[in-house]
Design a protein around this ligand. Structure first.
Ligand code: LLP
Length: 426
Protein backbone atom coordinates (compact mmCIF):
# COMPACT_ATOMS: atom_id res chain seq x y z
CA UNK A 1 0.00 0.00 0.00
CA UNK A 2 1.24 3.49 -0.85
CA UNK A 3 1.95 5.40 2.33
CA UNK A 4 -0.13 8.53 2.66
CA UNK A 5 0.18 11.41 5.07
CA UNK A 6 -0.57 10.38 8.60
CA UNK A 7 -2.18 12.94 10.89
CA UNK A 8 -3.18 12.64 14.57
CA UNK A 9 -1.64 9.19 14.55
CA UNK A 10 -4.38 8.15 12.07
CA UNK A 11 -4.07 6.17 8.86
CA UNK A 12 -5.13 8.00 5.70
CA UNK A 13 -6.41 6.16 2.64
CA UNK A 14 -7.55 7.81 -0.60
CA UNK A 15 -7.06 11.16 1.12
CA UNK A 16 -9.44 10.24 3.95
CA UNK A 17 -8.83 9.77 7.64
CA UNK A 18 -9.96 6.16 8.10
CA UNK A 19 -10.79 6.71 11.78
CA UNK A 20 -13.42 9.24 10.66
CA UNK A 21 -14.69 6.81 8.02
CA UNK A 22 -15.16 4.11 10.65
CA UNK A 23 -17.05 6.54 12.89
CA UNK A 24 -19.29 7.70 10.08
CA UNK A 25 -20.09 4.33 8.44
CA UNK A 26 -19.48 1.91 11.31
CA UNK A 27 -17.33 -1.21 11.22
CA UNK A 28 -16.50 -3.58 9.67
CA UNK A 29 -16.09 -1.50 6.52
CA UNK A 30 -14.44 -2.12 3.17
CA UNK A 31 -12.81 1.04 1.78
CA UNK A 32 -11.70 1.25 -1.87
CA UNK A 33 -9.52 3.94 -3.40
CA UNK A 34 -10.78 4.91 -6.87
CA UNK A 35 -7.48 6.43 -8.00
CA UNK A 36 -5.57 3.27 -7.17
CA UNK A 37 -8.10 1.23 -9.15
CA UNK A 38 -7.80 3.46 -12.22
CA UNK A 39 -4.02 3.46 -11.89
CA UNK A 40 -3.82 -0.35 -11.73
CA UNK A 41 -5.97 -0.78 -14.80
CA UNK A 42 -4.02 1.86 -16.73
CA UNK A 43 -0.74 0.09 -15.90
CA UNK A 44 -2.01 -2.96 -17.81
CA UNK A 45 -3.12 -0.87 -20.78
CA UNK A 46 0.25 0.89 -20.92
CA UNK A 47 2.27 -2.30 -20.50
CA UNK A 48 0.50 -4.01 -23.41
CA UNK A 49 -0.09 -0.98 -25.65
CA UNK A 50 2.30 -2.19 -28.36
CA UNK A 51 0.11 -5.22 -29.06
CA UNK A 52 -3.60 -5.50 -29.81
CA UNK A 53 -4.67 -6.48 -26.28
CA UNK A 54 -7.96 -6.50 -24.39
CA UNK A 55 -8.03 -6.64 -20.62
CA UNK A 56 -10.96 -8.70 -19.36
CA UNK A 57 -11.16 -7.94 -15.65
CA UNK A 58 -11.92 -11.10 -13.61
CA UNK A 59 -15.17 -10.12 -11.91
CA UNK A 60 -14.91 -12.89 -9.28
CA UNK A 61 -12.16 -10.91 -7.56
CA UNK A 62 -14.54 -8.06 -6.70
CA UNK A 63 -17.94 -7.65 -8.29
CA UNK A 64 -18.96 -4.33 -6.76
CA UNK A 65 -20.92 -2.39 -9.40
CA UNK A 66 -19.20 0.92 -8.73
CA UNK A 67 -15.80 -0.70 -9.29
CA UNK A 68 -17.09 -2.36 -12.45
CA UNK A 69 -18.37 0.97 -13.73
CA UNK A 70 -14.98 2.58 -13.10
CA UNK A 71 -13.27 -0.25 -14.98
CA UNK A 72 -15.81 -0.03 -17.81
CA UNK A 73 -15.01 3.67 -18.14
CA UNK A 74 -11.31 2.75 -18.47
CA UNK A 75 -12.12 0.31 -21.30
CA UNK A 76 -12.17 -3.00 -19.46
CA UNK A 77 -13.82 -6.15 -20.74
CA UNK A 78 -14.79 -8.91 -18.32
CA UNK A 79 -14.17 -12.54 -17.47
CA UNK A 80 -17.38 -13.81 -15.88
CA UNK A 81 -18.04 -17.16 -14.25
CA UNK A 82 -21.80 -17.18 -13.77
CA UNK A 83 -25.06 -15.66 -14.93
CA UNK A 84 -24.87 -13.37 -11.91
CA UNK A 85 -21.46 -12.01 -12.87
CA UNK A 86 -22.67 -11.62 -16.45
CA UNK A 87 -25.60 -9.55 -15.23
CA UNK A 88 -23.34 -7.37 -13.07
CA UNK A 89 -20.93 -6.68 -15.93
CA UNK A 90 -23.66 -5.87 -18.40
CA UNK A 91 -25.34 -3.50 -15.96
CA UNK A 92 -21.99 -1.78 -15.40
CA UNK A 93 -21.91 -1.04 -19.13
CA UNK A 94 -19.19 -3.47 -20.24
CA UNK A 95 -19.95 -4.27 -23.90
CA UNK A 96 -20.94 -7.88 -24.64
CA UNK A 97 -18.22 -8.13 -27.32
CA UNK A 98 -15.72 -7.80 -24.50
CA UNK A 99 -17.16 -10.45 -22.19
CA UNK A 100 -15.97 -14.04 -21.94
CA UNK A 101 -18.19 -16.48 -20.05
CA UNK A 102 -15.93 -18.98 -18.30
CA UNK A 103 -16.60 -22.02 -16.17
CA UNK A 104 -16.19 -25.77 -15.96
CA UNK A 105 -19.80 -26.52 -15.07
CA UNK A 106 -22.31 -24.53 -17.06
CA UNK A 107 -26.01 -25.32 -16.74
CA UNK A 108 -28.46 -25.39 -19.64
CA UNK A 109 -29.69 -22.02 -18.40
CA UNK A 110 -26.12 -20.62 -18.46
CA UNK A 111 -25.63 -21.82 -22.03
CA UNK A 112 -28.91 -20.23 -23.11
CA UNK A 113 -28.02 -16.97 -21.45
CA UNK A 114 -24.61 -16.79 -23.14
CA UNK A 115 -26.08 -17.47 -26.57
CA UNK A 116 -28.96 -15.03 -26.09
CA UNK A 117 -26.73 -12.25 -24.78
CA UNK A 118 -24.09 -12.65 -27.50
CA UNK A 119 -21.04 -13.07 -25.25
CA UNK A 120 -18.15 -15.39 -26.06
CA UNK A 121 -17.96 -18.71 -24.23
CA UNK A 122 -14.88 -20.51 -23.00
CA UNK A 123 -15.69 -24.18 -23.51
CA UNK A 124 -14.28 -26.49 -20.86
CA UNK A 125 -15.19 -29.94 -22.22
CA UNK A 126 -16.37 -31.78 -25.31
CA UNK A 127 -19.62 -32.48 -23.52
CA UNK A 128 -20.20 -28.78 -23.04
CA UNK A 129 -19.22 -28.01 -26.64
CA UNK A 130 -21.90 -30.33 -27.98
CA UNK A 131 -24.52 -28.98 -25.58
CA UNK A 132 -23.68 -25.37 -26.49
CA UNK A 133 -23.92 -26.12 -30.20
CA UNK A 134 -27.33 -27.70 -29.68
CA UNK A 135 -28.60 -24.71 -27.67
CA UNK A 136 -27.26 -22.18 -30.22
CA UNK A 137 -28.79 -24.21 -33.04
CA UNK A 138 -32.16 -24.27 -31.31
CA UNK A 139 -32.03 -20.51 -30.73
CA UNK A 140 -30.91 -19.88 -34.30
CA UNK A 141 -27.80 -17.98 -33.24
CA UNK A 142 -24.06 -18.40 -33.70
CA UNK A 143 -21.88 -18.28 -30.58
CA UNK A 144 -18.17 -17.50 -30.62
CA UNK A 145 -16.14 -19.87 -28.50
CA UNK A 146 -12.69 -20.27 -27.04
CA UNK A 147 -11.36 -23.66 -26.06
CA UNK A 148 -10.17 -23.72 -22.44
CA UNK A 149 -6.82 -25.46 -22.56
CA UNK A 150 -5.23 -27.28 -19.66
CA UNK A 151 -1.61 -26.36 -20.41
CA UNK A 152 -0.05 -28.54 -17.68
CA UNK A 153 1.99 -25.73 -16.15
CA UNK A 154 2.83 -25.64 -12.42
CA UNK A 155 3.15 -22.22 -10.81
CA UNK A 156 4.54 -22.11 -7.28
CA UNK A 157 1.34 -21.13 -5.51
CA UNK A 158 -1.06 -22.60 -2.98
CA UNK A 159 -2.40 -25.79 -4.65
CA UNK A 160 -5.97 -24.56 -4.18
CA UNK A 161 -5.32 -21.74 -6.65
CA UNK A 162 -3.13 -23.56 -9.21
CA UNK A 163 -5.56 -24.07 -12.07
CA UNK A 164 -3.38 -25.22 -14.98
CA UNK A 165 -1.97 -28.43 -13.48
CA UNK A 166 -2.55 -31.65 -15.39
CA UNK A 167 -4.74 -32.93 -12.56
CA UNK A 168 -6.76 -29.71 -12.27
CA UNK A 169 -10.50 -29.74 -12.98
CA UNK A 170 -10.16 -26.92 -15.50
CA UNK A 171 -9.67 -27.15 -19.23
CA UNK A 172 -9.30 -29.72 -21.96
CA UNK A 173 -6.14 -31.84 -21.73
CA UNK A 174 -3.41 -30.32 -23.90
CA UNK A 175 -3.26 -33.28 -26.31
CA UNK A 176 -7.02 -33.30 -26.89
CA UNK A 177 -7.30 -29.65 -27.84
CA UNK A 178 -6.77 -30.00 -31.61
CA UNK A 179 -9.35 -32.79 -32.01
CA UNK A 180 -11.83 -30.69 -29.99
CA UNK A 181 -11.15 -27.67 -32.23
CA UNK A 182 -11.79 -29.89 -35.25
CA UNK A 183 -15.05 -31.08 -33.79
CA UNK A 184 -16.04 -27.45 -33.09
CA UNK A 185 -15.44 -26.62 -36.75
CA UNK A 186 -17.89 -29.32 -37.76
CA UNK A 187 -20.61 -28.53 -35.23
CA UNK A 188 -23.38 -26.11 -36.20
CA UNK A 189 -23.79 -22.62 -34.69
CA UNK A 190 -20.45 -22.51 -32.83
CA UNK A 191 -17.57 -20.47 -34.22
CA UNK A 192 -14.09 -21.32 -33.02
CA UNK A 193 -12.51 -17.94 -32.18
CA UNK A 194 -9.92 -18.43 -29.48
CA UNK A 195 -7.74 -20.54 -27.23
CA UNK A 196 -7.85 -19.81 -23.52
CA UNK A 197 -5.87 -20.82 -20.44
CA UNK A 198 -5.46 -19.65 -16.86
CA UNK A 199 -2.62 -21.21 -14.92
CA UNK A 200 -3.24 -20.01 -11.39
CA UNK A 201 -3.39 -17.04 -9.07
CA UNK A 202 -1.04 -14.99 -6.87
CA UNK A 203 1.90 -15.91 -9.13
CA UNK A 204 5.06 -14.09 -8.10
CA UNK A 205 7.58 -16.08 -10.13
CA UNK A 206 6.27 -15.12 -13.55
CA UNK A 207 8.54 -17.32 -15.67
CA UNK A 208 5.60 -19.77 -15.83
CA UNK A 209 3.71 -17.25 -17.95
CA UNK A 210 6.49 -17.60 -20.54
CA UNK A 211 6.01 -21.37 -20.46
CA UNK A 212 2.24 -21.05 -20.85
CA UNK A 213 2.64 -18.57 -23.74
CA UNK A 214 4.97 -20.99 -25.57
CA UNK A 215 2.59 -23.89 -25.12
CA UNK A 216 -0.44 -21.88 -26.20
CA UNK A 217 1.33 -20.46 -29.26
CA UNK A 218 2.47 -23.96 -30.26
CA UNK A 219 -1.22 -24.91 -30.23
CA UNK A 220 -2.09 -21.84 -32.29
CA UNK A 221 0.42 -23.03 -34.89
CA UNK A 222 -1.17 -26.46 -35.01
CA UNK A 223 -4.64 -24.93 -35.35
CA UNK A 224 -3.48 -22.94 -38.40
CA UNK A 225 -1.62 -25.95 -39.85
CA UNK A 226 -4.94 -27.76 -39.91
CA UNK A 227 -6.56 -24.95 -41.85
CA UNK A 228 -8.48 -23.44 -38.95
CA UNK A 229 -8.28 -19.79 -37.87
CA UNK A 230 -8.53 -17.86 -34.62
CA UNK A 231 -9.28 -14.32 -33.50
CA UNK A 232 -7.69 -14.29 -30.06
CA UNK A 233 -5.56 -16.04 -27.48
CA UNK A 234 -6.49 -15.53 -23.84
CA UNK A 235 -3.71 -16.17 -21.33
CA UNK A 236 -5.87 -15.67 -18.25
CA UNK A 237 -4.99 -13.77 -15.09
CA UNK A 238 -2.84 -14.71 -12.15
CA UNK A 239 -0.29 -11.95 -11.63
CA UNK A 240 0.55 -11.86 -7.92
CA UNK A 241 0.72 -8.82 -5.65
CA UNK A 242 2.91 -8.03 -2.65
CA UNK A 243 0.98 -8.88 0.50
CA UNK A 244 4.11 -9.02 2.67
CA UNK A 245 6.66 -6.26 2.87
CA UNK A 246 9.34 -8.43 1.24
CA UNK A 247 6.90 -9.50 -1.50
CA UNK A 248 6.07 -5.86 -2.18
CA UNK A 249 9.69 -5.39 -3.19
CA UNK A 250 9.66 -8.27 -5.68
CA UNK A 251 6.02 -8.24 -6.83
CA UNK A 252 5.96 -8.30 -10.62
CA UNK A 253 4.23 -5.48 -12.51
CA UNK A 254 2.06 -5.68 -15.64
CA UNK A 255 5.14 -4.42 -17.52
CA UNK A 256 7.16 -7.40 -16.23
CA UNK A 257 4.32 -9.65 -17.38
CA UNK A 258 4.32 -8.02 -20.83
CA UNK A 259 8.09 -8.56 -21.09
CA UNK A 260 7.57 -12.29 -20.46
CA UNK A 261 4.50 -12.81 -22.66
CA UNK A 262 4.89 -10.51 -25.64
CA UNK A 263 8.13 -11.81 -27.23
CA UNK A 264 6.78 -15.38 -27.60
CA UNK A 265 3.33 -14.18 -28.62
CA UNK A 266 4.61 -11.76 -31.27
CA UNK A 267 7.29 -14.10 -32.61
CA UNK A 268 4.71 -16.76 -33.38
CA UNK A 269 2.10 -14.41 -34.89
CA UNK A 270 4.81 -12.91 -37.15
CA UNK A 271 6.08 -16.36 -38.17
CA UNK A 272 2.56 -17.42 -39.07
CA UNK A 273 1.77 -14.05 -40.64
CA UNK A 274 -1.47 -13.71 -38.67
CA UNK A 275 -3.20 -11.06 -36.58
CA UNK A 276 -4.35 -12.28 -33.21
CA UNK A 277 -5.76 -10.34 -30.34
CA UNK A 278 -4.20 -11.01 -26.96
CA UNK A 279 -6.65 -11.21 -24.06
CA UNK A 280 -5.69 -11.15 -20.37
CA UNK A 281 -7.95 -11.69 -17.36
CA UNK A 282 -6.35 -10.06 -14.32
CA UNK A 283 -8.37 -9.85 -11.13
CA UNK A 284 -6.19 -9.58 -8.03
CA UNK A 285 -3.55 -7.32 -9.57
CA UNK A 286 -6.28 -4.82 -10.54
CA UNK A 287 -8.25 -4.68 -7.28
CA UNK A 288 -6.19 -6.33 -4.51
CA UNK A 289 -4.26 -3.30 -3.28
CA UNK A 290 -7.10 -0.83 -3.86
CA UNK A 291 -8.98 -1.76 -0.72
CA UNK A 292 -8.62 -2.04 3.04
CA UNK A 293 -10.96 -3.65 5.55
CA UNK A 294 -11.52 -1.62 8.70
CA UNK A 295 -12.44 -3.49 11.85
CA UNK A 296 -12.98 -2.44 15.47
CA UNK A 297 -11.19 -4.10 18.39
CA UNK A 298 -13.78 -5.64 20.71
CA UNK A 299 -11.39 -7.17 23.23
CA UNK A 300 -7.73 -7.72 24.01
CA UNK A 301 -6.99 -10.90 25.91
CA UNK A 302 -3.69 -11.96 27.44
CA UNK A 303 -3.79 -15.75 27.41
CA UNK A 304 -1.47 -18.35 25.94
CA UNK A 305 -1.10 -15.70 23.26
CA UNK A 306 -2.07 -12.05 23.20
CA UNK A 307 -5.32 -12.07 21.28
CA UNK A 308 -6.85 -9.04 19.60
CA UNK A 309 -10.51 -9.84 18.90
CA UNK A 310 -11.90 -7.70 16.10
CA UNK A 311 -15.37 -7.45 14.54
CA UNK A 312 -14.36 -8.91 11.12
CA UNK A 313 -13.60 -12.58 10.71
CA UNK A 314 -13.57 -15.15 7.97
CA UNK A 315 -17.18 -14.21 7.25
CA UNK A 316 -15.75 -11.08 5.59
CA UNK A 317 -12.20 -12.08 4.64
CA UNK A 318 -11.72 -15.81 4.24
CA UNK A 319 -8.28 -15.72 2.59
CA UNK A 320 -6.14 -16.19 5.74
CA UNK A 321 -8.21 -19.22 6.78
CA UNK A 322 -8.66 -20.76 3.35
CA UNK A 323 -5.20 -20.27 1.86
CA UNK A 324 -3.05 -19.39 4.88
CA UNK A 325 -2.85 -16.02 3.18
CA UNK A 326 -0.97 -13.14 4.76
CA UNK A 327 -2.53 -9.69 5.05
CA UNK A 328 -0.71 -6.80 6.67
CA UNK A 329 -2.52 -5.41 9.73
CA UNK A 330 -2.18 -1.82 10.92
CA UNK A 331 -3.58 -0.24 14.09
CA UNK A 332 -5.17 2.62 12.20
CA UNK A 333 -5.51 5.04 15.14
CA UNK A 334 -1.93 4.46 16.32
CA UNK A 335 0.12 4.57 13.16
CA UNK A 336 2.99 6.52 14.69
CA UNK A 337 3.25 4.43 17.84
CA UNK A 338 6.07 2.00 18.25
CA UNK A 339 5.22 -1.64 17.53
CA UNK A 340 6.05 -3.29 20.81
CA UNK A 341 4.01 -6.43 21.43
CA UNK A 342 3.24 -9.69 19.71
CA UNK A 343 -0.46 -10.19 18.94
CA UNK A 344 -2.66 -12.67 17.12
CA UNK A 345 -5.63 -10.95 15.49
CA UNK A 346 -8.80 -13.04 15.52
CA UNK A 347 -12.36 -12.58 14.27
CA UNK A 348 -15.72 -12.99 16.04
CA UNK A 349 -16.68 -16.29 14.40
CA UNK A 350 -17.37 -19.36 16.54
CA UNK A 351 -14.45 -21.37 15.14
CA UNK A 352 -10.94 -21.68 16.54
CA UNK A 353 -9.60 -21.28 13.01
CA UNK A 354 -11.01 -17.77 12.66
CA UNK A 355 -7.59 -16.15 12.65
CA UNK A 356 -6.92 -13.09 10.49
CA UNK A 357 -3.26 -12.49 11.35
CA UNK A 358 -0.87 -14.61 13.41
CA UNK A 359 1.95 -13.34 15.61
CA UNK A 360 2.20 -9.71 14.54
CA UNK A 361 4.18 -7.05 16.33
CA UNK A 362 1.81 -4.10 16.84
CA UNK A 363 1.64 -1.02 19.07
CA UNK A 364 -0.11 -1.75 22.37
CA UNK A 365 -3.72 -2.52 21.39
CA UNK A 366 -6.81 -1.67 23.45
CA UNK A 367 -10.54 -2.25 23.13
CA UNK A 368 -11.98 0.41 20.80
CA UNK A 369 -8.88 0.67 18.61
CA UNK A 370 -9.34 0.46 14.86
CA UNK A 371 -7.53 -2.14 12.80
CA UNK A 372 -6.96 -1.87 9.02
CA UNK A 373 -6.40 -5.09 7.12
CA UNK A 374 -4.53 -4.20 3.95
CA UNK A 375 -4.74 -5.42 0.35
CA UNK A 376 -8.24 -6.80 0.88
CA UNK A 377 -9.76 -5.78 -2.46
CA UNK A 378 -9.45 -9.14 -4.23
CA UNK A 379 -11.47 -12.16 -3.07
CA UNK A 380 -12.45 -10.28 0.09
CA UNK A 381 -16.06 -9.12 -0.02
CA UNK A 382 -16.69 -11.35 -3.03
CA UNK A 383 -16.05 -14.46 -0.88
CA UNK A 384 -17.94 -13.19 2.17
CA UNK A 385 -20.83 -14.98 3.86
CA UNK A 386 -23.47 -14.50 6.54
CA UNK A 387 -22.04 -17.30 8.65
CA UNK A 388 -22.89 -17.11 12.36
CA UNK A 389 -25.83 -14.84 11.53
CA UNK A 390 -23.71 -11.84 10.66
CA UNK A 391 -25.06 -9.47 8.03
CA UNK A 392 -22.35 -8.47 5.52
CA UNK A 393 -20.67 -5.10 6.02
CA UNK A 394 -20.81 -1.87 4.00
CA UNK A 395 -18.39 -0.75 1.31
CA UNK A 396 -17.32 2.83 0.56
CA UNK A 397 -15.36 4.37 -2.29
CA UNK A 398 -12.88 7.14 -1.57
CA UNK A 399 -11.41 9.53 -4.09
CA UNK A 400 -9.27 12.61 -3.41
CA UNK A 401 -10.69 13.13 0.07
CA UNK A 402 -14.34 12.43 -0.89
CA UNK A 403 -16.35 9.38 0.08
CA UNK A 404 -19.36 7.55 -1.38
CA UNK A 405 -21.28 4.59 -0.01
CA UNK A 406 -21.13 1.83 -2.66
CA UNK A 407 -22.83 -0.94 -0.71
CA UNK A 408 -25.04 -0.58 2.35
CA UNK A 409 -24.53 -2.73 5.38
CA UNK A 410 -26.90 -5.71 5.35
CA UNK A 411 -29.58 -5.84 8.02
CA UNK A 412 -31.11 -8.63 10.09
CA UNK A 413 -33.90 -8.71 7.47
CA UNK A 414 -31.29 -9.80 4.93
CA UNK A 415 -30.57 -12.85 7.08
CA UNK A 416 -34.14 -14.08 6.88
CA UNK A 417 -34.90 -12.89 3.35
CA UNK A 418 -35.93 -15.89 1.17
CA UNK A 419 -36.46 -18.14 4.17
CA UNK A 420 -39.93 -19.64 4.39
CA UNK A 421 -41.66 -21.05 7.43
CA UNK A 422 -43.87 -23.99 6.45
CA UNK A 423 -47.53 -23.09 7.03
CA UNK A 424 -48.02 -26.24 9.11
CA UNK A 425 -45.69 -24.74 11.80
CA UNK A 426 -48.52 -22.33 12.54
N1 LLP B 1 -9.35 -16.11 -15.18
C1 LLP B 1 -9.77 -17.29 -14.69
C2 LLP B 1 -10.29 -18.29 -15.62
C3 LLP B 1 -9.70 -17.54 -13.32
O1 LLP B 1 -10.12 -18.70 -12.84
C4 LLP B 1 -9.21 -16.53 -12.44
C5 LLP B 1 -9.15 -16.77 -11.01
C6 LLP B 1 -8.78 -15.31 -13.00
C7 LLP B 1 -8.86 -15.14 -14.37
C8 LLP B 1 -8.24 -14.19 -12.17
O2 LLP B 1 -7.05 -14.52 -11.51
P1 LLP B 1 -6.23 -13.42 -10.69
O3 LLP B 1 -5.67 -12.42 -11.67
O4 LLP B 1 -7.17 -12.77 -9.75
O5 LLP B 1 -5.19 -14.18 -9.99
N2 LLP B 1 -9.84 -16.92 -4.06
C9 LLP B 1 -8.42 -17.09 -4.36
C10 LLP B 1 -8.11 -16.87 -5.81
C11 LLP B 1 -8.95 -17.73 -6.75
C12 LLP B 1 -8.68 -17.43 -8.20
C13 LLP B 1 -9.70 -18.09 -9.05
N3 LLP B 1 -9.55 -17.84 -10.45
C14 LLP B 1 -7.62 -16.15 -3.45
O6 LLP B 1 -8.23 -15.45 -2.65
O7 LLP B 1 -6.40 -16.15 -3.48
Amino acid sequence: MIKEKEENNHLFFGGMDVVELAERYGTPLYVTDENKLRHNFKSYKEAFETTDTDIYYAVKANGNLALLKILASEGAGADVFSGGELHLTKSAGIPVEKILFNGNSKSEEDLRETVESGVKVSVDSLDELRALSAVANELGKVVEIAIRVNPDVSPEVNPKIATGLKESKFGIPFHDVIPVCEEAEKLPNVLLAGLHCHIGSQILDITVFGEATEKMMALVERVYERGMQLKFVDLGGGLGIGYRQEEKEIAPTPKDLADIILPGFEKKTHELGINLKLVLEPGRSIVGATTILLSRVNAVKRADKNFVAIDAGFNLLIRPVMYDAYHEVVVANKVNERASELYTVVGPICEAGDIIAKDRVLPEVERGDLVAILDAGAYGFSMSSQYNGRPRCAEVLVCNGKVDLIRSRESIDDLIRNQEIPARFG
